[in-house]
Design a protein around this ligand. Structure first.
Ligand code: ADP
Ligand code: MG
Length: 290
């Protein structure tokens, strides 16, 4: 390239930048919308408990609106991985970016990174909702109060607004009619749907589900999966750890198969589950009867 063409290329680059800066920030014209930044970027996550390395360098992305399912044998590190994403666990290495911003850590004075304190983490934790195997509802509060509690205590919302939001979210899990009931009056499946409504009330950018149906009697699994399916169809961004392989096949956009702290295989749900490339994935799917 001679000097003239370098200058032309530079002028083209500068004028494109200037154009991007002067164009109104209407969604159609917003430059960022043309650059497909993932919602979540996870790179090189490592986590050990004592000498046992449980995550051995986990990296993946999640696009906005995508449902990703994490599958794998018990002990492969799926829960640890989810817990590292919202810093319930502190990974020894790696980084997590939400909307291109590093979360869970802040620059320290020595040019490195330090973990945030729980107070610093609190606003970020609201951006990443989590639904666990056990629902942890307050037994002395009604369903409505359970769903509204975090909006009042953590987000400082007025009680009447928080209750209205709670009812809206209960509607999404088809339990508005149970707003005045207490958790013990509900089935396990209904309690888990309340826990999902509670997470939705945080208005999270991303929802992590850790085996949300594993503690339920088989006849109650379907109603919870039904709600998760509706959320996926709504275009929520979700990561779902599940043993319900057929459900993952139907509802997830992508599947990651983990084993021994590694990602063994990753791809479109139908491909990983119906035509796995790795022998290890095939044998796992065979064992679980998928
Ligand atoms: P999965 O969710 O895939 O079943 P986990 O992430 O729960 O796997 O666990 C991965 C490994 O890490 C297991 O061997 C487990 O015993 C170990 N582990 C998980 N949490 C802890 C902990 N808090 N302390 C020590 N070991 C742990
Ligand atoms: Mg687990």
């Amino acid at each position: 390239m001679n000097r003239g063409s370098v200058f032309l290329a530079w002028r083209h680059w500068v004028s494109r930048g200037a154009a991007a800066r002067t164009v109104p920030r209407h969604p159609q014209f917003c430059l960022e919308n043309h650059v497909n930044h993932p919602l979540l970027q996870v790179s090189g996550l490592r986590k050990s408990y004592g000498p046992a390395e449980v995550l051995k360098g986990i990296s993946f992305d999640l696009q906005k609106g995508e449902t990703l399912s994490l599958i794998g044998p018990s002990g492969s590190g799926k829960s640890t991985c989810l817990r590292c994403l919202n810093f319930l666990e502190k990974p020894q290495a790696g980084e997590v970016l939400l909307e291109s911003k590093r979360i869970g850590q802040l620059p320290d004075r020595k040019g490195g990174w330090r973990f945030m304190t729980d107070t610093e983490l609190a606003p970020q934790r609201r951006e990443i909702g989590m639904v666990f195997q056990l629902f942890y509802l307050w037994p002395h509060l009604t369903v409505r109060e359970n769903v509204a509690l975090a909006s009042i205590k953590a987000a400082g919302m007025r009680r009447d607004e928080a209750h209205a939001l709670a009812e809206e979210m209960l509607d999404k899990v088809h339990l508005r009619h149970k707003a005045d009931a207490y958790p013990e009056q509900l089935s396990g499946g209904q309690q888990q749907r309340v826990a999902i409504a509670r997470t939705l009330a945080q208005k999270p950018k991303l929802i992590l589900f850790d085996e949300p149906t594993s503690a339920l009697d088989p006849e109650l699994v379907g109603e919870v999966l039904g709600v998760i399916r509706e959320l996926a169809e709504e275009g929520r961004s979700m990561i779902l750890v599940t043993h319900e392989i057929r459900f993952a096949r139907d509802v997830a956009d992508r599947v990651i198969f983990m084993d021994g702290g590694h990602i063994v295989e990753e791809g479109p749900a139908a491909q990983v589950i119906d035509q796995p490339r790795r022998e290890r994935t095939r044998s796992f799917l065979g064992q679980v009867g998928a």
